[in-house]
Design a protein. Structure first.
Length: 306
């Protein structure tokens, strides 16, 4: 596998017409921005594992690759998958899940990776349903529809949660801790994740991209890639729910993402703070000098594979 990846790197540099020694060390250099690294590395349990790097911002700078990754949860993970994940040389694993989610499916990671929990939903933990409980709930479509008020009820629940990502004290506290950890030069390579890597993780990535000057269109395009990776991953559950007479839009709304979800978070941010910089400074307590450090760490003028 390592020999194959090395050949891909060399071919990529020849095609790009430049030699980028830093990028040569990371598998994602061969991928387009937002492409599933889990699929590329053949790690079936991590379809939503991605390098956040590669995107170009409004000043022509690129987000550095190989520094920070986003993912769904590292459970289940077998020995072969762990070995493949080892190619990323991770130093830190930042888990955004609740205590109940972690208890049901704790991360399985290499001993050399430092693990930290940032419980974003601590103030509204009931919304984050552990996968085992969600599986049981989906066995009874009628009960599920009644509990959530159908597919629209699920959408309403998620839009409320996304507003909470901006307004809840536990969210502000833990996103602050996450971003301060990310700007520590000794913390990378690192990864942040929740259960499916789409909601708490989705807002973390979207708000970081906004701070780095990535366009709104690109932010939404990246955000919506979770549907491409997660809906096939959960297809058996969706099909089983539908076969029992359930509305497929209910599990699709759970396992996927919608523009309305991210709209809610950005709307809440703009109402409360007016700009991404003010969200970071007033909402998260991350001052302008630290924001500048984040931009310096994550942005480079070196052309990336697009």
């Amino acid at each position: 596998m390592k020999q194959l990846i090395s050949k891909v790197f060399i071919a990529s540099f020849i095609l790009a017409g430049s030699w980028l020694p830093v990028q040569a060390q990371v598998p994602s250099v061969a991928l387009t921005p937002g492409q599933s690294l889990g699929a590329f590395l053949d790690i079936p349990s991590l379809p939503n594992l991605r390098d956040i790097g590669g995107y170009q911002n409004n000043e022509g700078l690129y987000v550095v690759r190989g520094k920070t990754y986003r993912s769904n949860a590292f459970n289940p993970m077998n020995a072969q998958e762990l070995a493949k994940l080892g190619q990323l040389d991770l130093k830190n694993d930042y888990d955004l899940r609740t205590n109940a989610e972690i208890a049901a499916a704790p991360d399985i990671i290499s001993s050399g990776v430092h693990y930290t929990q940032f419980n974003v939903m601590a103030d509204d933990a009931d919304v984050a349903i552990p996968p085992d409980q969600l599986s049981i709930l989906f066995q009874d479509p009628k009960r599920t529809a009644e509990k959530f008020g159908g597919a629209q009820g699920v959408v309403n629940m998620f839009t409320k949660s996304y507003r909470g990502f901006v307004s809840m004290p536990s969210a502000k506290k833990n996103y602050r801790s996450l971003f301060l950890s990310l700007q520590n030069p000794t913390s990378s390579p690192n990864v942040f994740h929740c259960t499916n890597g789409k909601d708490r993780t989705g807002w973390a990535a979207a708000s970081l991209y906004a701070l780095l000057g990535i366009s709104k269109d690109k932010i939404y395009e990246d955000y919506l890639l979770s549907n491409q990776y997660l809906l096939p991953f959960h297809q058996k559950e969706i099909d089983a729910f539908t076969a029992k007479g359930g509305d497929p839009e209910i599990p699709i709304s759970f396992f996927g993402v919608k523009p309305a979800y991210l709209d809610a978070a950005f709307d809440e941010m703009n109402k409360r703070y007016g700009s991404i910089e003010q969200y970071f400074s007033k909402g998260l307590g991350i001052d302008a000098a630290t924001q500048k450090k984040v931009r310096a760490m994550y942005l480079t003028s070196a052309a990336s594979i697009k």
